[in-house]
Design a protein around this ligand. Sequence first.
Ligand SMILES: Nc1nc2c(ncn2[C@@H]2O[C@H](COP(=O)(O)OP(=O)(O)OP(=O)(O)O)[C@@H](O)[C@H]2O)c(=O)[nH]1
Ligand SMILES: [Mg+2]
Length: 503
Amino acid sequence: MPILDNKTYRKQLRAWIGDPALTFDLLYSASRDGCTGQAFHEKYNNQGPTVSIGQNSAGYVIGGSTSIAWSSCRNYVNDDRAFLFQLIPNMVKFARNGNGNDVYDNGTYGPTFGGDLNYNQTTFDTVDSYGYGLDVEEVCSVSEPCGNNLLFFSNSYNKSGGYFNTNGCSYIGTNYDANGFNTQTFTGNSDSYLDIEVYAVKQGHLEDELYEKDKPWRKTEINDWSNKTRDKLFDELVSFSTPSQAKVPAARLLLVGSVGAGKSSFFNTVRSVWKGKVHSQVATGTAPHSLTTKFRVYEIRGGHQTPAFRLCDTMGLEEDQGLDVGDMAYLLDGHVPDHFQFNPAVRITRKSPGFVKDPGLAEVIHCVALVIDGSTYKVIPPKVKDKLLGIQTLARDRDIPVHVVLTKVDKVCEDVAEDPSVVFHSRVIEKKVKEISDTFGIQSNHIHPVKNYESETSIDPRVDILTLNALRQMTGSAEDYIEDQLDHMEETDTQMSKMNIKR
Ligand SMILES: Nc1nc2c(ncn2[C@@H]2O[C@H](COP(=O)(O)OP(=O)(O)OP(=O)(O)O)[C@@H](O)[C@H]2O)c(=O)[nH]1
Ligand SMILES: [Mg+2]
């Protein structure tokens, strides 16, 4: 999860920077974009103020904030609003001490702060002799760094044993006040980074605040979050039926998404709603590769009637292995049988075991649910994002409706974690929904924020309501799709019988 998904850290940084209405946009992560100076500067040059943060193997979270833009000018720059900070184990700000050389800006370096006081600092004032601000290019000339107060890395590193073991260093105290800290207490003596993230700092609204009670960002039919609403939605779904129970006994909703997005947990949550208690039928968890390795078409069995929809769980999407868009076409068209064992290294073909040669309307997918983890979607690797976009194109080509199940909203907004019923009042969730809508071209009322049961031991009507609400929208779309297909089949049959052709 990106470090600044934590509300307390965002709040603290806003207070340190001195503006309560700032937003932090994650544009660079070493894990996603590569731990190289080039990758960092490609994303960040000329992007305005930034916050850079690293989490190291000692568990320390440290970083620096700049008010000037990076530019790869290969030199020290004075930034009178720069500061260093520690978020874990303590929340401490290290203000610049006025010696200058606050930032070292070189295209082969990651974010670097302070150092090299023997160099002629007076050359690098950010204002000219008339007091006018200088452009970054004007401020910079060439020098090499030494004695940096915080250097994450220079050149390039690959992860080894889960960490970027960099050449980072930290001589806190020369350009920034040490506040009694030293390298040991500032960094925990570790230059092995789990990740290094850089955020663009932009003017925004007071994102942590909820909209007023009577002004949600989405109007829904949910008037209260009690068991009464839960039961009403539940009854609606229990009595859901497809337009032709004979031809299509149940609507098939396909769950696809990155590894760990919460696909299986969504199924478990639906199952829990039906059972009336938290239930984990399917294995879930966090692992480098998908925990789900089989295609499963799940009936939702519980104490009540089995509803007329099925949830189809899939293996998670990965960059260089796992399902690809070609496999997905077979899944959408109903060629892949229940219990099919995915092989991450082998594509599905007509020769795959159990391949369904001539699937009917009952076997095809009637609605695609892209399952997106709201807390990490910004760092979805580009190849996985392309796969998600590819699946969407395949679905659209077939007129199959596409929805998004936006999971882990409790990790996105702490107010929602405390009380899931404020989800449609949370500005943070509204922003996520808008960003996903823009990125994937999906209408925002097809994006359903949910909170899966993961560590709870008892059910909560608010969690059930979000789940049922998402299911209601998706089954409604599936119903429309099935109806269109039946109409189309009927038209084709009529035309064929007019032409005296037998199917
Ligand atoms: N806090 C929180 N955690 C969640 C939520 N949904 C899922 N998780 C956790 O996220 C992890 C991954 O969830 P899974 O359901 O296994 O994800 P998946 O998409 O099936 O993953 P693969 O099968 O490995 O591709 C698990 O540890 C879940 O407990 C949620 O809404 N909130
Ligand atoms: Mg799974």
